[in-house]
Design a protein around this ligand. Structure first.
Ligand SMILES: *[C@@H]1O[C@H](CO)[C@@H](O)[C@H](O)[C@H]1NC(C)=O
Length: 259
């Protein structure tokens, strides 16, 4: 290893330790069926040469998006110019009916909230390595959500911790084959008592879904990002400290094939 690389590697180690201390988090790897893919690592990948090739779209850091009106809410792209997220160079493969296991970095105990997963189908004449939905495109449908259980356990952090940081999501078994973005997110509610306050941690994974069937959600299940969440949506605004009842997870109903 050339000396310069070594020096920047130890600097990198220090900065990633610092980042851990003030950490929020991101998806560090994803297993599609039996195949494990390393995620986009915001504190490592930008310093590597050559740049590692990933199936997860770049995230700028381990922090959240806090403005539900920005296109950044799609995939946590840092897009000050309002440009959709930068696509990743690779595409994973998963068969309809298989599970995707999304492994988060260690998650802070006070960042409680739901864990939600959406998918968006890439138009047949487009390549996922070049395509992103527009701001107003209602293309996202929800396939999975975990909010608060009756015994007060949250998707994040209690259930995620019990599952060793892994969120498991099944791709609907009769979903029409094709290229899809999987948009997986945690909403951290510790400041969500007023808007802005909710912290949104989305991550987008590029996959090709094989097998499947003919099912695809009807328009009532399809939402845009931004758009699905508003500044006054219940569940986007929520007082974690005084609410003793249930939690209503924002976004559309979960789509199940046949619906
Ligand atoms: C969110 O972004 C929109 C669009 O840029 C801007 O108009 C609005 O003021 C921002 N809201 C907050 C709370 O920062």
């Amino acid at each position: 290893m050339p000396r310069k690389t070594l020096a920047s590697a130890s600097l990198l180690l220090i900065s990633s330790l610092v980042a851990q201390v003030s950490a929020h988090g991101y998806v560090e790897h994803v297993t599609l069926g039996d195949t494990k893919h390393t995620g986009y690592l915001p504190y490592v990948d930008p310093y590597m040469s050559p740049t590692p090739q990933r199936i997860i779209r770049k995230v700028p850091w381990n922090g959240p998006v806090q403005n539900v009106s920005l296109i950044d809410i799609q995939c946590n792209g840092y897009t000050a110019g309002g440009i959709p997220t930068e696509p990743a160079p690779l595409v994973g493969t998963i068969a309809a009916g298989q599970e995707a296991k999304l492994k988060w970095t260690s998650w802070p105990d006070n960042h409680k909230g739901p864990v939600i997963t959406y998918m968006a189908r890439v138009p047949d004449d487009q390549d996922i390595r070049k395509w992103s939905p527009g701001r107003d495109d209602a293309v996202w449908f929800k396939i999975h959500e975990v909010g608060k259980t009756a015994d007060n356990k949250w998707g994040a952090v209690e259930l995620l911790t019990e599952a060793k940081g892994v969120s498991t999501v099944k791709i609907p078994s009769t979903l029409k084959a094709g290229q899809y973005l999987i948009r997986h997110e945690i909403l951290a509610l510790h400041f969500a008592f007023a808007y802005p306050g909710v912290q949104i941690y989305p991550s987008c994974i590029q996959v090709k879904v094989t097998g499947g069937g003919d099912d695809f959600p009807s328009s009532e299940y399809l939402v845009s990002f931004p758009g699905a969440y508003k500044h006054d949506t219940p569940g986007i605004v929520y007082d974690l400290y005084s609410e003793t009842g249930g939690y209503s997870i924002p976004g559309p109903a979960v789509w199940t094939p046949g619906a």
